[in-house]
Ligand binder design. Structure first.
Ligand SMILES: [Zn+2]
Length: 555
């Protein structure tokens, strides 16, 4: 690649210029403010002559069925041949709640740094040291991840100026990563369309999320990302007066038992090749009573976040089923023991309690109602679902509440009133993806991690380690997939909202299948007031490493 020359001094200045403008756009995740990135993107692309000459090579691509009408911003430098490298970054940033009265400065790195110096009480020792050193850029989104995004955009601009560029490079900037990745799920479809239109051969998706370091002198490259699933639990007990406790079965006790058996239970976290997913944790749990009386709550609900390295949705759901069953047995046993002790102490005759463990996947409950009430049920359910979807779309309720209302709607047609645990999945779903088990990986993509490690050592004397999985959850989840049909089947049976307001384009993902890697700057305290990115990486080293990876892949 003789024409592949970059003035890295000038590139540093350009990254800074782009980043300050990008950060000034307050694109808070999960709000319509994300769309303010669009004029920024258009203006930036408008400054690059190549894209004025080739208006067909960039644009805004709508995220399908998006409540805010958000768009994927994309641009492609189209050189010779079909080999293509994609770069992705998300342009949404988290809220600035914990900035309190500094919130207005959160988007202006220099002003923020000046003010933070006057408020040392807000900073940890490490943050204070980093601030005093001047080596870090503070501010919302600078680290996560408009820093990485600005590097990608500045490099793309450089490629657009190179005569006879070999290969193709696409940058996609996506919304909603901190929420449900509506942007990246849409981008998979966009990339599939671009592939068909231009005959592209996708080699690799490079993300530039910031990396955290275990040791300050050793950077991290991730060659994949954890998956995330959110099993839900709808626990129906048997209602009784609190004074007649053995006549009922309290749904809260049953839910609590499931929680005890799963919360930070490392058995739920799979490991792969010496790496281990963080243990699961509960994100939501409550009974569905909305008033006080002396009855037990009939229904209690909750959901659990499970991170995966290798498990499929079917495997996670099987594990959930087993845990529900065992929890049910344990609660029945405890209740029986208590009842017997009560009878002995009060001289009563022991009459066996009627409880039996009963666990159903969402799909099974639906089929039960359909089987007993046929069209009467399906019609009523469709109507109810329409109303619930409208409430979700209007923001009146969230997807968790919507899902539980759908289970309520089925229960209107289930005759069996005995206690039961219904389980399933809530959106979003992030598949686990890693180069270590992506069979179709291009040989260059397979080796690019090692090459970047070698190059960093040679160029900067800096050590980098490689990991198979980025554990922070990221958009690399949607770049390749083993069995789209199996995944679609698992989700359609377990996730009541799947295919309605939430979908994963498994088939498009299969079509674009490519390896992935995260090459990003060193950052600290993501999402916090002291979010910061290491300037040496941001302006100097990461752009060089990223450019080297792209040259290597396309060379
Ligand atoms: Zn991020």
């Amino acid at each position: 690649m003789d024409n592949h020359r970059i003035d890295f001094e000038a590139l540093s200045a350009r990254i800074k210029d782009i980043l300050y403008r990008y950060m000034a756009v307050r694109s808070t995740s999960g709000t319509k403010a994300e769309r303010q990135v669009e004029p920024f993107f258009k203006a930036l692309i408008g400054e690059i002559p190549y894209f004025s000459e080739h208006p067909e090579l960039w644009g805004l691509y709508p995220a399908p069925n998006d409540e805010f009408g958000r768009n994927v911003c994309w641009a492609m430098v189209k050189g010779s041949g079909s080999d293509t490298v994609c770069m992705v970054h998300h342009y949404d940033v988290v809220d600035v709640e914990d900035f309190k009265n500094l919130a207005d400065l959160a988007y202006s790195p220099d002003e923020l740094a000046d003010v933070l110096k006057e408020h040392p009480g807000l900073l940890s020792d490490d943050a204070a040291k980093d601030l005093a050193s001047g080596g870090y850029l503070f501010g919302r989104g600078g680290c996560d991840m408009k820093g990485g995004g600005s590097i990608q955009l500045a490099l793309l601009e450089q490629y657009s100026k190179m005569p006879d560029f070999k290969g193709n490079v696409i940058v996609i900037a996506v919304p909603d990563e901190e929420n449900q990745s509506a942007g990246m799920r849409g981008a998979a479809v966009l990339l599939s369309e671009l592939k068909a239109k231009y005959g592209l051969n996708y080699l690799m998706m490079i993300n530039s999320e910031p990396h955290q370091r275990r040791r300050p002198d050793c950077g991290v490259l991730s060659e994949g990302t954890v998956g995330k699933l959110m099993p839900f639990f709808y626990v129906r007990g048997y209602l009784a007066h609190a004074g007649k406790v053995y006549e009922g079965l309290n749904s809260t006790g049953l839910l609590a038992e499931i929680m005890t058996r799963t919360e930070v239970n490392i058995d739920f976290a799979d490991s792969y090749a010496g790496e281990c997913a963080p243990a699961p944790t509960w994100l939501y749990a409550r009974d569905r009573k909305d008033h006080y009386d002396v009855s037990m709550p009939l229904v209690s609900t909750g959901c659990l976040s499970v991170l995966t390295l290798n498990q499929t949705p079917a495997q996670v759901l099987e594990n959930v089923r087993k845990t529900c069953f065992e929890s049910f047995e344990a609660v029945i046993k405890r209740t029986e023991d208590s009842y017997e002790a009560f009878c002995r102490a009060s001289g009563r005759e022991i009459v066996p309690l009627p409880w039996k463990p009963c666990v159903s996947e969402f799909r099974e409950l639906y089929e039960m109602a359909e089987c007993s009430h046929g069209e009467e049920f399906t019609k009523a359910y469709t109507e109810r679902k329409k109303a619930i979807l409208a409430e979700i779309r209007s923001g009146a309720i969230n997807t968790i509440e919507g899902t539980f209302r759908l289970v309520d709607a089925i229960y209107d047609y289930v005759e069996d009133a005995s206690p039961r645990i219904v389980y399933g999945l809530l959106p979003p779903y992030y598949p686990n993806v890693s180069n270590c088990y992506f069979e179709g990986i291009d040989p260059k993509a397979e080796s690019v991690g090692r090459e970047v490690v070698r190059y960093a050592a040679e160029t900067y004397g800096e050590e980098y380690e490689r990991e198979y999985f980025f554990t922070g959850i990221c958009d690399l989840s949607y770049i390749n997939i083993g069995d789209p049909k199996a995944q679609r089947d698992s989700l359609s049976g377990a996730m009541p909202l799947f295919g309605e307001i939430y979908d994963v384009p498994f088939e498009a993902i299969k079509d674009i299948s490519m390896g992935g890697i995260n090459i990003g700057p060193w950052g600290k305290d993501f999402h916090k007031l002291t979010e910061r990115v290491y300037k040496e990486d941001l302006y100097r080293r990461t752009p060089v490493l990223l450019d080297h990876a792209i040259k290597y892949l396309l060379g």
